[in-house]
Design a protein around this ligand. Structure first.
Ligand SMILES: NC(=O)c1ccc[n+]([C@@H]2O[C@H](COP(=O)([O-])OP(=O)(O)OC[C@H]3O[C@@H](n4cnc5c(N)ncnc54)[C@H](O)[C@@H]3O)[C@@H](O)[C@H]2O)c1
Length: 366
């Protein structure tokens, strides 16, 4: 049995509690929240002890794994405390509020030999799993553009971050994941209409090192919820609907199916067949938490690494800066966004060791 706990049981954390409580091979040993009035009924419902202090909880319950679902501004403080006490942690996205904090968490996890993974939940959406499989097998040919629309109503409870760090972070992670490339240049326009401190509407463009163009349209000012990703390439366009978990392909009829292996020239574009794939639906959070626990139980799987989460945050920070200074930001030439030349491997995580170039090691905490 893997002993798990959840710190922060508000809107998102209570979903972690529900999913863990239903997972075989897992014992939910505690929940933690400073708001005892809110968490009390949950503690009763799931017959699980409630704490207000995560340190006291770890000392008494000794969990193997902890989900952190406190507001973003407290991710660093809570995750650092848990890693220092030797816990394996899944922290909700974004990994932290700043890059310096994120690097410190990753380095601490490495030093303590703890697993640190991040709740980039869209990776586990069945439509994205299928899209990634089809892209990796070359079905689209060259990818030209990735376009994300993530719009919806205003959530009054989110006070500490704007739409770039709160919502666009999902799409930045997915764009890195599906293209397999890194962003080197960004531009953003943003405005704040209802939010007191941060942007609540934003449009951004990205340039990837492999020349793919990225486009993001993200806001909290649209009175209907839309969550879509479009990937356009040589052989047509994929469209993901994250909410319904549907994946559609719009075929470019000017590409000869007999030339399936040729990836060279696009001769024209015209409307072809539209295919909606049959996809088995599953709650992404369930797959995300099964992946985390499966990893701790020694089963092979693919966790979102701390470095993946830092890349998404790095581009989000560059977009925030671009919107505030009204100019293009070169991500890689900017010292504070740069990924270090050598990143220590996280225990058990593939892809943690990267040798990129002669760039200097990123200094944390400055
Ligand atoms: N993956 C997703 O799709 C998704 C969706 C929503 C939210 N989130 C993330 O989940 C996190 C929480 O968001 P939310 O909307 O649930 O917020 P929320 O405000 O509804 O809940 C946060 C809870 O954390 C508690 N808390 C704050 N500091 C604490 C501390 N030090 N110790 C214990 N409890 C503490 C608060 O009392 C509150 O109950 C955020 O990081 C957010 O980005 C992710």
């Amino acid at each position: 049995m893997t002993r798990v706990a959840v710190v922060g049981v508000g809107m998102m954390g209570r979903n972690h509690v529900r999913v863990y409580s239903e997972m075989p091979g897992v014992e939910l040993v505690a929940i933690v929240d400073q708001n005892q009035a809110l968490a009390g009924p949950l503690s009763t419902l799931y017959h699980v002890p409630l704490y207000s202090d995560f340190r006291e909880m770890v000392e008494k319950e000794k969990p193997d794994a902890v989900s952190v679902a406190v507001p973003t501004e407290f991710h660093y403080e809570v995750t650092r405390g848990l890693l220092e006490m030797g816990c394996n942690v899944l922290v909700e996205k974004p990994i932290a509020a700043t890059l310096e904090q994120a690097w410190e968490l990753l380095n601490l996890a490495n030093r303590r030999n703890c697993v640190l993974t991040v709740g980039h939940i869209e990776r586990f959406n069945p439509a994205i799993v299928e899209l990634k499989r089809r892209l990796d097998s070359g079905e689209l040919g060259r990818v030209f553009q990735v376009h994300a629309r993530r719009v919806g109503p205003f959530p009054t409870r989110i006070q500490d971050v704007g739409v770039i760090k709160d919502l666009a972070i999902h799409d930045l992670d997915i764009m890195h994941y599906v293209t397999g490339s890194h962003v080197d240049r960004v531009y953003a326009e943003a405005k704040s209409t209802l939010h007191q401190l941060c942007e609540d509407m934003f449009v951004g463009t990205l340039h990837f090192m492999d020349n793919t163009i990225g486009l993001l349209e993200i806001n909290w000012l649209t009175p209907t919820k839309i969550r879509e990703l479009y990937v356009t390439g040589e052989r047509g366009m994929f469209r993901v609907n994250y909410i319904t978990q549907d994946l559609c392909f719009f075929e470019n009829a000017d590409v000869d199916a007999s030339e399936w292996t040729s990836l060279s020239l696009i001769r024209g574009v015209s409307e072809g067949a539209i295919i909606q794939y049959a996809i088995k639906k599953k709650e992404p959070l369930r797959t995300e938490l099964e992946t985390f626990i499966g990893h701790l139980q020694g089963k092979a799987n693919h966790l979102v690494s701390g470095l993946d989460a830092i890349r998404a945050l790095q581009v989000a920070m560059a977009l925030v800066e671009s919107a505030s200074v009204c100019r293009t930001i070169e991500v890689n030439s900017h010292e504070r966004y740069r990924v270090p030349s050598i990143v220590p491997r996280q225990p058990g995580l593939s892809g943690g060791l990267e040798v990129l170039s002669e760039t200097p090691t990123f200094q944390t905490g400055d």
